[in-house]
Design a protein around this ligand. Structure first.
Ligand SMILES: [Zn+2]
Length: 265
């Protein structure tokens, strides 16, 4: 699952390549848009909202895409061979005189009036990388259900948008919180959300995300995807489990010493 900073960076690159340019080729390889052709239309801008991508066009329409687990947009200079996957995995092609933007394995590809964008992204919470990020509102939403675990709440994009499994694990380690700690027992929720915003901001231009400040391979994370390996602070083996709402279980990682499970009651 891509993190919010990965989606943000992807949209920045798409924006730099496409914005202000007319489409010279447009293909949607999804049934509902098979006959839609935006050739001749200009790309106004490409922006992210949480993990959603919005391509706004000069004809007052918006292309909405989402990566979910496997999707990606790749940009190639005109004439370069495409290399983002198999031909049959391509869902969309937007080309200008200079660039080809190719969307692979996108589970969501839909076109709607720009004025109706809220119908597809209106439900998502304050965007940690958004220019208008509302910290108070994010803290209010994350704290709304005190019984819910902080681990689940941080992944719920309706509460705060941008955190995936990597930043969840790393953020909770940095705050010394067990992933199953009920939200109501997190002493400083505001600090947790702020720290999440800092982590995403610090990494938004990086291809290799680091939460430790160390960019060397194998040293860039505290606990994420390090099960059984010693905690970087105390040496205790890192633990892992899958948990979450049924059908949306996600893997979490934590140090049992630095992030003790809260006692019941
Ligand atoms: Zn530890």
């Amino acid at each position: 699952m891509p993190e919010g900073d990965t989606v943000w960076r992807s949209c920045r690159r798409l924006h730099e390549a496409l914005a202000g340019h007319e489409l010279t080729r447009c293909e949607f390889r999804v049934p509902q848009l098979a006959t839609t052709d935006l050739t001749g239309v200009t790309v106004r801008e490409v922006v992210s909202r949480g993990k959603h991508q919005l391509f706004r066009f000069s004809n007052a329409m918006t292309l909405h895409t989402h990566f979910r687990m496997e999707g990606t947009w790749r940009i190639f200079p005109r004439g370069r061979r495409w290399s983002g996957g198999q031909e049959f995995q391509i869902r969309a092609v937007l080309a200008t005189a200079d660039h080809d933007a190719v969307g692979y394995r996108l589970p969501v590809v839909e076109l709607l009036p720009t004025a109706e964008e809220e119908s597809v992204v209106g439900h998502i919470g304050p965007d940690l990388l958004g220019p208008d990020f509302d910290l108070d509102e994010a803290v209010r939403r994350v704290g709304a259900d005190p019984e819910r675990s902080i681990g689940e709440a941080l992944l719920d994009q309706r509460l705060v948008a941008g955190i995936g499994t990597l930043y969840r694990s790393e953020l909770l380690f940095l705050q010394g919180l067990h992933p199953r700690t009920p939200v109501g027992r997190v002493a400083n929720l505001r600090r947790v959300v702020q720290r999440g915003q800092q982590l995403l901001h610090a990494n938004r231009w990086r291809t290799e995300q680091s939460t430790t400040g160390d960019l060397r391979p194998g040293r860039s994370r505290y606990v994420f995807e390090r099960p059984g390996q010693p905690c970087r602070r105390c040496g205790t083996p890192v633990l892992t489990e899958e948990f979450g709402p049924r059908g949306q279980e996600r893997r979490s990682y934590w140090c049992p010493r630095c992030q003790p499970q809260p006692q019941p009651g």
